[in-house]
Design a protein around this ligand. Sequence first.
Ligand code: NAD
Length: 229
Amino acid sequence: GKRAFIAGVADDNGYGWAIAKALAAAGAEILVGTWVPALNIFESSLRRGKFDESRVLPDGSLMEITKVYPLDAVFDNPQDVPEDIKANKRYAGSSNWTVQEVAETVKNDFGSIDILVHSLANGPEVTKPLLETSRKGYLAALSASSYSYISLLKHFLPIINPGGSSVSLTYIASERIIPGYGGGMSSAKAALESDTRVLAFEAGRKHRVRINTISAGPLRSRAAKAIGF
Ligand code: NAD
């Protein structure tokens, strides 16, 4: 069977969860990366059976998540983590959650994967029009929503089996005006789409791994509700 790592699952409402289910239904083993601040609630909800109804697969069995890894995809390695985050209670309670460390831990646990899914984004100023977006907010959107994919792919590629594949999720606001999708999130998706082409070229040649992005339709996930979509 194939093994998949899905980055960006913290509840049962988003694309990451739905992709995990589809992959599980197709027989894949499921590993997920969950944003550190959301980890406790996700794990305790899983344990308490809160997601059991949404874990049901077409054959009636329940999706098993083999392991949940804490992850913050805006930090590549421990040297990148600023003091205030290190000291933050929610972060201090977990370890090995930078991208490099997660890839290392997955390697130690399982050796390799076949499928890498990026289903995460964050734009702290998403509710502001681009004209009112600060430099800091813009760069944060690109860091969490675009560079996070480059970083994940860079660190996971060595453990993706040849013939494997990776996919991220983009949004049509990269090419058409979608009022309300601000804070540099439209820019972040445009970068993600362009990067997908370049990364497909690079990773295809070097590692025989396919790279794609899917422009998903609107879904009332937690992230979408937060911006009133
Ligand atoms: P979601 O809230 O289920 O998923 C986003 C996840 O990203 C959350 O679990 C959040 O905890 C995580 N996250 C945020 N910052 C992170 C970080 N620094 N490190 C690790 N994880 C982090 O919402 P979703 O809408 O399913 O989003 C998944 C993907 O789908 C995103 O790329 C989003 O832009 C894309 N998308 C969504 C829609 C939509 O309408 N919902 C449409 C097109 C594309």
